[in-house]
Design a protein around this ligand. Structure first.
Ligand SMILES: [Zn+2]
Length: 238
């Protein structure tokens, strides 16, 4: 299956927190979108890997994803090396996305900037014919996505462009709340974590409102680019 957009995420819930409004907008416009999580988030304070996979599945249904996979990399400890680059190259060639959206270029959690860089490198490498890979016993063709964007996570980064997600804000919130073990739940008996306080969801809303405000809409998601964006019609911008 060919995807229009493939989202890479170091942890299950990174895509939901960082760009699920944009994902929902793309799917509402008829695009095929998939998310590939690198790790099961097994070093997270709350929940278990099995629970995180169930929650990721629930979030995928909320968003209407065409594909959700987990590569089973080691949370916190995965490296940018040949093994991990090849795992991504195979997925890029399998799904042939025109656009890849990846983790923030730098962030509080070490896996975020690392995941963002791993995705950037793999997108370039996937286009090199002399890197040979197979899928289901068949040789894969080289494929390089046209664009790689990075969502913005915990730490503020000045966005290069902002997507209006106002119409999809409720879907974004529902997709985040699908990760029940991670976020605020008054009934939970699990230890408190950085993201489990009620204030964390207020922060997510504040960030979306701030980005929205910058483009005169209610809610937005910001992204950074690796090279300038070309537009055909400057009258079609928000
Ligand atoms: Zn994360």
């Amino acid at each position: 299956m060919k995807l229009d957009v493939l989202v890479f995420a170091s942890h299950p819930d990174d895509a939901e927190l960082g760009c699920s409004g944009t994902i929902a907008a793309l799917i509402a416009a008829g695009k095929k979108v998939g998310v590939i999580d690198f790790t099961q988030g097994e070093m997270g304070t709350r929940g278990t890997p099995a629970l995180r996979l169930q929650e990721a599945d629930a979030a995928s249904k909320v968003l209407g994803l065409s594909v959700r996979e987990n590569l089973g990399f080691k949370d916190v400890f995965f490296k940018i090396d040949l093994e991990h680059q090849l795992a991504l190259i195979k997925k890029i060639r399998q799904y042939q996305p025109d656009i890849v959206i990846a983790n923030a270029v730098t962030d509080r959690h070490v896996d975020h900037g690392k995941g963002g860089l791993l995705a950037t490198e793999a997108c370039f490498m996937a286009g090199l014919r002399k890197i040979e890979t197979t899928h289901d016993g068949k040789d894969q063709s080289a494929w390089r996505p046209k664009h790689v964007y990075h969502y913005i996570q915990n730490n503020y980064i000045k966005p290069d462009f902002i997507v209006d997600i106002t119409a999809h804000w409720n879907t974004k919130v529902a997709s985040i709340k699908a990760f029940k073990s991670q976020f605020f739940d008054p009934e939970s008996t699990e230890p408190a974590s950085f993201i489990s306080s009620p204030e964390f969801m207020k922060f997510i809303e504040a960030r979306a409102r701030e980005f929205g405000h910058q483009i005169n809409v209610e809610f937005g998601e910001g992204f950074t680019v690796e090279r300038p964006i070309g537009v055909r019609d400057i009258t079609q911008l928000v």
